[in-house]
Design a protein around this ligand. Structure first.
Ligand SMILES: [Zn+2]
Length: 278
């Protein structure tokens, strides 16, 4: 009986310690999917300095910051917050490793169509524009989860899928595809400023939205773009129409979510893992 009481007392003491620790740790909160490809949103406090694996993150005036978990990340990510009063907190995020859909296709004709140099040059120029735009941090935009699906439809391509053709691995598909009828309205994932909207060779009708704190989304293969560069859009606002322009076999949008250059899985940042039924 005495022994049992001692055990209970011990449990109570450790429970109290846990809650005290939790209260102290409550100064830093981080939410989002910890799977590979997940986008995390953290909140520290005004004036806090936050770094990810030793690299400083952009922190909004109210203390919000973002970071992404790369698709092949395996080691824990270390987030350190230093508050204005000197209090310091460390959080380790261990990525949940995923099994991606990998298809090996062998016995294909080795002959392939190499685009002419002028097309390769055009693709390189267009990708340089996108890369540049993704480096920007636009002030005054404070990203928040979850994001909106661009449209109702069928998930026709998933994040991380990869084909290995005759033993040669192709680039993994680091976005999702939503198939919907031509002309279906496409909606902004979150409040944003239009960073790029243009017609590109591979992407077709392309729009890149900057949501702040390094977070951006892109919408490919649009039949019609309904916004202009520099325009401010609200979450859910119609920005274009579904099409199959650029390298696309049928009407859909390839939808990408990035944290700077890190390509994430948009279906892990939405309220549901699949789009509403079309
Ligand atoms: Zn795609």
């Amino acid at each position: 009986m005495i022994a049992r009481r001692a055990v209970l007392a011990g449990m109570a003491a450790s429970a109290t310690m846990v809650s005290v620790k939790a209260a102290a740790a409550g100064r830093l909160s981080i939410s989002g999917s910890t799977e590979q490809g997940g986008l995390m949103v953290g909140k520290a406090a005004p004036g806090a300095v936050v770094d990810l694996d030793g690299v400083a993150l952009t922190v909004s005036p109210s203390g919000i910051f973002c970071f992404g978990i790369p698709y092949d990340a395996a080691k824990p990510l270390r987030v350190t917050a230093r508050f204005a009063d000197g209090f310091e907190e460390l959080r380790e995020i261990t990525p949940i490793v995923r099994q991606y859909d990998i298809q090996a296709i062998n016995g294909l004709d080795e002959k392939y169509v190499a685009p002419p140099q002028e097309i390769l040059d055009r693709i390189a120029r267009e990708h340089a524009l996108i890369t540049e735009a993704r480096k920007r941090v636009t002030e005054g935009l404070e990203f928040a989860l979850p994001i909106e699906w661009p449209c109702a439809g069928r998930l026709s391509g998933i994040y991380g899928s990869q084909r290995i053709l005759n033993g040669k691995p192709m680039a993994p598909h680091l976005g999702v595809d939503v198939a919907a009828p031509e002309g279906t309205p496409i909606h902004a994932a979150a409040d944003a400023i239009v960073a790029i909207t243009d017609e590109f060779h591979l992407e077709g009708g392309f729009t890149l939205l900057d949501h702040g704190l390094g977070v951006n989304t892109c919408y490919l293969h649009q039949s019609k773009r309904l916004v202009t560069a520099g325009q401010r859009v609200k979450r859910g606002e119609v920005i274009g129409l579904i099409g199959h322009t650029g390298r696309a076999t049928g009407p859909h949008t390839h939808w990408g979510l990035n944290w700077f250059e890190v390509k994430l899985d948009p279906s892990r940042a939405t309220a549901t893992p699949t789009p509403p039924q079309g």
